[in-house]
Design a protein around this ligand. Structure first.
Ligand SMILES: *Cc1c(COP(=O)(O)O)cnc(C)c1O
Length: 427
């Protein structure tokens, strides 16, 4: 299957006609549990000696189909689906972390992630050091003996900044820790972080993977390439697991160790499970991922260029613009385009931003992105509200900027809407 091109994999990977009914589309297996063939079969499943379905908190055929498809699209060995993008981040860190351990993360992240890493994970005894990922020496210096992962976004929210994944992967590699990349804004069509050295990839499936604002979901994809036994830093994967009769996940399962651990221990005990109906919607969305991403990128380019030339605008952060400091990275990291999310600084500051948002007719004012519809939000008063002004500026969400998530409508209609709303905002 992995020999096929992306456009074929996005429709076929992970699925075949239903063995019981011949159903061509992936059925929604709306079931909690699965009948064991006999007591011996049940025992083998519970011992991880045989792979099969037990209980839908762990695995479900619809959800497994989605996991296999996303793993194929990202070029990973395996994947696990979760109830949200935020759940995926915790699920990615869970096998690596423990009290007193830390991660090193980019300052340029989704606002909710800065809150999750900066505050909430402290309750588990985990810590996060935030650094500028363009300063490779600072990233290396922030990694210490207690660091268990380096975390960044390929294209980052809200500014559309592009991370030099190859350079960061080298730093993580030299320190013997995995690089985790949140690939939500790029999708595997625009960027494949594993090819740039990432060990784990996480997604909010809520966004482009589903693509129409109907689902909350997440996915963790493992490259299968990290040597969890090279040091004693990752005992969950390299040391005997008491709850599975002393099984060593890495030794027994090789490149599938992380994925099996995420299901057998992570989903079993944290319960951040994706529901089969959500998985079905995301599978439907992925069938058109490449078509949508091409249109998102074409529209984003047209609109960013128009805005940049407009006298009512101070600056546009889109990495796809010739003027962007990240422009050279686009060709290397996301050659099919820099996504469709960026910020715009409006002359007239906070007041003008609020008026712009209020006067748009086609753009919806919502806290979401990656929808077929075009969306706008004033980050400083919403998604990034919990941050200090210094953190807002560092994250690219200063009070004078709005964030646009460009949809797949007609670009001329979107430009006309922005034009009339900017006229009202700056009158
Ligand atoms: C939305 C988002 C998340 C969180 O995902 P949820 O599905 O909302 O939990 C994480 N990272 C990025 C880049 C996002 O855009």
């Amino acid at each position: 299957m992995s020999d096929y091109s992306f456009e074929t994999l996005q429709i076929h990977a992970g699925t075949e006609p239903d063995p019981a009914t011949g159903a061509r589309q992936v059925p929604i297996y709306q079931t909690t549990a699965y009948v064991f063939k006999d007591a011996d079969h049940a025992a083998r499943l519970f011992n991880l000696q045989e792979v099969g379905y037990i209980y839908s908190r762990l695995t479900n055929p619809t959800v497994s189909a989605l996991a296999s498809r996303v793993a194929a699209l990202e070029g990973g060995a395996g994947a696990v689906c979760c109830s949200s993008g935020h759940a995926a981040q915790i699920m990615a860190l869970f096998p690596l972390m423990g009290p007193g351990l830390n991660i090193v993360a980019s300052t340029r992240l989704y606002g909710g992630t800065i809150t999750q890493f900066g505050q909430t994970i402290k309750r588990f005894g985990w810590n996060c050091t935030f650094v500028d990922f363009d300063d490779l020496a600072a990233v290396a210096a922030a990694i210490d003996d207690s660091t268990r992962a380096v975390f960044c976004e390929s294209i980052s929210n809200p500014g559309g900044y592009v991370t030099d994944l190859d350079a960061i992967a080298k730093v993580a590699d030299a320190a013997g820790v995995p690089l985790i990349v949140d690939n939500t804004l790029a999708s595997p069509y625009l960027c494949r972080p594993i090819e740039h050295g990432a060990t784990l990839v996480v997604h909010s499936a809520t966004k482009y993977l589903t693509g129409n604002g109907t689902v909350t979901g997440g996915v963790v994809i493992d490259s299968g390439k990290f040597d969890w036994s090279a040091s004693d830093k990752f005992p969950s994967l390299s040391a005997p697991e008491p709850a599975y009769h002393g099984l060593k996940f890495h030794e027994a399962l090789g490149p599938m160790a992380f994925t099996f651990h995420s299901i057998a221990v992570g989903l079993r005990d944290l319960g951040m499970t994706m529901n089969p109906q959500g998985a079905h919607y995301t599978l439907m969305g992925i069938e058109t991922l490449s078509l949508r991403m091409d249109k998102h990128v074409a529209n984003a380019k047209a609109i960013a260029n128009w805005l940049e030339a407009d006298p009512r605008i101070e600056f546009v952060t889109y990495a796809g613009l010739e003027s962007s400091p990240w422009h050279d990275r686009v060709a290397k990291i996301c050659p099919k385009g820099a996504g469709a999310l960026f910020t715009v600084a409006v002359k007239g500051g906070y007041e003008a931003c609020v008026k712009l948002v209020n006067n748009l007719k086609l753009f919806s004012h919502v806290a979401n992105l990656g929808d077929a519809r075009s969306l706008i939000i004033h980050s400083a008063s919403t998604t990034h509200r919990q941050l200090t002004e210094a953190q807002q500026v560092a994250a690219g969400a200063a009070p004078n900027v709005v964030r646009l998530s460009i949809g797949i409508e007609d670009a001329a209609d979107l430009i006309a809407d922005l034009d009339q709303a900017l006229a009202a905002a700056t009158a």
